[in-house]
Design a protein around this ligand. Structure first.
Ligand SMILES: *[C@@H]1O[C@H](CO)[C@@H](O)[C@H](O)[C@H]1NC(C)=O
Ligand SMILES: *[C@@H]1O[C@H](CO)[C@@H](O)[C@H](O)[C@H]1NC(C)=O
Length: 316
């Protein structure tokens, strides 16, 4: 009996111990499993972070690297903001004019050469002039020097086409302001690049442009293609733009984009803002498509070659 009891007790004890062992094993397995789960979660998080990083990097490589050089809201005054760039070799294919031919190249922006009020007067002149005709879409231009005005798919000469009536649209005061502004732009370019302003000549085309979101119907009204002014117009040495409307409130899109191999830089138009740059391939650029509203600007171009100089506009 005692033996049996003992065996029994032993048996009981044995099952107790087995249970304990099993429980222990189960607990141990459980905690290993919990350990695995923790590791798995950690791995999952790590994988997610990696995927996100790769995705961010890919989209960074993929997307435009676009930096805003000058935004619409800032006021660049009194000194121009200047970015120097190494000159391209484009100028070497042309005769050199000491005191004018670019030795220093770059791009610059200033808001202190033309006042907002002056720009508004010029904008009203552009509105009146371009209201006489205009292209069928894309950019419309008005060149007061040659008299060229977009009309449908062609151009007309406003001085011939409208005769004396053009005096109702363009006044002597308007032309005086235009000359004045041209002179001030010439002076700031000369000062910035260390030139003699009397050795710089206004050249063609120098013109008003009006752009809205209607698609261009002809190639010459397509303004958004990347280009190099010195390649397009051999005579150009310095190009400037005077903006007559505001990015963001008068129109959207239409930012000026300098395209560099390592990224793009934009200038946001602001009424009265002047941006200017050396015309060679160091300043490859384009204008973004306008998405709504109307963008007005004047392109004022300069050459160092007196043979390509043009005079200020005058009424016939
Ligand atoms: C610059 O912009 C153009 C389009 O305007 C784009 O095709 C090009 O990838 C951009 N360059 C860089 C480096 O972001
Ligand atoms: C844009 O200008 C053209 C003339 O160049 C005009 O026919 C068209 O209606 C204008 N579009 C808008 C959306 O204002």
């Amino acid at each position: 009996m005692a033996v049996a009891r003992m065996r029994n007790t032993k048996g009981e004890n044995a099952t107790e111990i087995e249970k304990k062992i099993k429980r222990g094993n189960a607990l141990r397995q459980g905690s290993t499993w919990r350990g695995y789960r923790g590791l798995l979660a950690l791995l999952l998080v790590a994988a997610c972070v990696c995927t996100l990083a790769v995705w961010l990097y890919m989209s960074y490589l993929d997307s435009d690297i676009t930096q805003t050089l000058v935004s619409q809201g800032e006021l660049v005054s009194p000194q121009p903001r200047v970015f120097n760039i190494q000159c391209s070799e484009d100028y070497e294919n042309y005769k050199r004019y000491p005191g004018c031919t670019p030795q220093r190249c770059g791009r610059a922006v200033t808001d202190s050469v033309v006042t907002r009020e002056e720009a508004q007067v010029l904008r009203r002149l552009a509105e009146r002039g371009l209201a006489l005709a205009g292209s069928e879409g894309g950019a419309s231009i008005l060149d007061l020097h040659s008299g060229a005005l977009s009309m449908g798919k062609q151009f007309v000469n406003i001085y011939r086409y409208f005769g004396d009536q053009i005096r109702d649209v363009i006044t002597q005061e308007d032309l005086q302001l235009y000359r004045d502004v041209r002179g001030r732009i010439q002076a700031v370019i000369a000062e910035t690049f260390g030139l003699n302003p009397t050795l710089m000549y206004l050249t063609k085309p120098t013109f008003f442009s009006r752009i809205n979101s209607t698609a261009a119907k002809t190639q010459h009204d397509e303004y958004w293609h990347p280009h190099i002014d010195k390649v397009t117009y051999g005579s150009f040495d310095y190009t400037s733009l005077l903006y007559l409307s505001d990015y963001g409130s008068d129109f959207s899109g239409g930012r000026f984009v300098f395209m560099d191999s390592n990224g793009n830089q934009t200038v946001e138009p602001r009424t009265g803002r002047v941006s200017f740059f050396s015309s060679g391939s160091e300043n490859l650029h384009r204008v973004e498509k306008v998405t709504w509203g109307t963008r007005y600007a004047i392109t004022v171009s300069f050459t160092c070659d007196p043979a390509h100089g043009i005079s200020d506009p005058a009424l016939p």
